[in-house]
Ligand binder design. Structure first.
Ligand SMILES: [Zn+2]
Length: 103
């Protein structure tokens, strides 16, 4: 097993675990509580860790995570509101389903 990512937010760790599994990589999010009580381990060890089962998939996993995080940071990936009709559109769509406006 190899750690490919640490997340301060366990919910984020759960998302990344799912993203990796969807990409065909066996990965697990390991929460701090599973391997030690807070106070006995260094602060950054309290973060959730993403580990891949097969070390030879670590590089692929990192690339997938990077891509996912970049998509998250991309404003186009976030929900937007159509300026023409005011409909809220999910980020993966570039066109308003209601009136056809191109984002
Ligand atoms: Zn619209």
């Amino acid at each position: 097993m190899k750690t490919v990512y640490t997340a301060a937010d366990p919910i984020m760790a759960g998302f990344i675990e799912g993203v990796l599994q969807n990409a065909g990589i066996q990965a697990h999010a390991m929460q701090a509580g599973l391997y030690g009580a807070a106070g006995e381990i260094p602060p950054n060890e309290c973060w959730a860790r993403i580990v891949v089962v097969h070390e030879n998939q670590a590089e692929h996993a990192r690339a997938v995570i990077k891509e996912y995080l970049e998509a998250e940071a991309d404003p186009r990936a976030k929900a937007w509101r159509c300026p023409r009709c005011g409909e809220e559109i999910e980020g993966q769509f570039t066109q308003c389903w209601n009136c056809g406006y191109e984002h």
